[in-house]
Design a protein around this ligand. Structure first.
Ligand code: PMV
Length: 335
């Protein structure tokens, strides 16, 4: 790792097979339960961080969709500033930062843009400060952004973020990307920003009467997913992934007040995936805090999955992604 005042990194989003939903300490993103995810390859955030010697306000710009870099909205910029201050304290550094960031996929639509965004921000900032944290440290630093799932996006392949009360609570790789060529075809049924953030979802989770039942079911589910990944056991994985996602949304819909992420198109895709399975196509579905459906399948089944999803009138578009190898340094700066 080279010392530099300006650095650019990109980090991928990830899709959780077992979800983080509810925290014991939300400010520090200490989760109520372990989670397991697959790191993606193509859906990425790219972030440039410049460390400036002088004191003053951090400058945060972003590129919304394909436009020019512009001042980031206050809700997002404040979270970024908070994390920059944290990383500056961690490094024992002074000065301010200039940051630019962009996603190559629709933001805040159930594709974890906060995971990829805060993972890329963390990596670019430590690089700009000339630090060389281990993967575990980097994961804990990304988690401290408050976007817990960012702790999983700094690692490639299949990743578990165990339950841990400590400040160093971090994710670890279960298996590298080469272990199992799984694909994620994201069926876009809504590209608008979601109405309730995952942070608010975590706060409300334990108000659901189904919260306790979900917590009780998780240890067996986690073990089944770990084993399915280890043994590349598609049938075992597929069943658990779909049950788990429906469960999370049942908790969300029965929270007080309730959170509805699903749209009519969500149900249309879920039904289509069930039909695919009936016809022998290997596919399973999962949703994060949004309406879009991630259809997970082995590489050999991807074309058939795509062909069938394209026929659904409620589907506005597809993103085709795959298990990926994690964040990377980028040569091309955003400014
Ligand atoms: O990391 P957060 O606070 O954005 O929460 C992520 C929540 C889910 O995406 C729904 C689940 C997960 O584990 O990724």
């Amino acid at each position: 790792m080279t010392s530099s005042t300006k650095a650019t990194a990109s980090a991928p989003s990830n899709i959780a097979f077992i979800k983080y939903w509810g925290a014991v300490d939300l400010a520090r993103a200490i989760p109520a339960n372990p989670s397991i995810s697959m790191t993606l390859e193509h859906c990425r955030s790219r972030t440039t961080v410049e460390h400036l010697g002088e004191e003053g306000e951090h400058e945060i710009v972003w590129r919304a969709e394909a436009g020019a870099l512009e001042t980031a909205p206050p809700s997002f910029a404040d979270r970024v500033r908070g994390h920059l201050d944290f990383l500056r304290r961690y490094a024992g550094a002074e000065g301010r930062f200039r940051v630019a960031t962009e996603n190559n996929f629709p933001s805040a639509a159930g594709i974890a843009s906060s995971a990829s965004g805060f993972a890329a921000l963390t990596l670019a900032t430590v690089r700009a400060l000339g630090l060389a944290p281990s993967e575990a440290e980097l994961s804990a630093l990304a988690r401290a952004s408050g976007s817990g799932s960012a702790s999983r996006s700094v690692l490639g392949g299949f990743v578990e973020w165990p339950f841990d009360h400590e400040a160093k609570c971090h994710a670890q790789q279960l298996m590298p990307a080469e272990h199992w060529d799984l694909r994620d075809v994201v069926a876009l049924v809504s590209s608008g920003p979601k109405r309730t953030s995952s942070l608010d979802g975590h706060k409300l989770a334990s108000t659901s009467p189904y919260w306790a039942a979900r917590q009780k079911a998780l240890p067996l589910r986690l073990e089944a997913v770990r084993r399915a990944i280890r043994e590349r056991d598609w049938n075992r994985l597929a069943g658990v992934v779909e049950t788990e996602a429906i469960d999370l949304h049942c908790v969300a819909m029965s929270s007080n007040p309730p959170i509805f992420y699903w749209m009519p198109g969500t149900l249309a895709v879920l039904e289509a995936v069930r039909e695919m399975r009936h016809d022998g196509v290997r596919a399973t579905s999962t949703m994060d805090a949004g309406a879009n459906v991630h259809v997970i399948c082995p590489a050999e089944d991807e074309d058939e999955v795509v062909a069938r999803l394209q026929k659904i009138p409620e589907v506005n578009g597809l993103l085709r992604d795959r298990v990926g190898s994690g964040p990377r340094d980028e040569d091309e700066h955003l400014f």
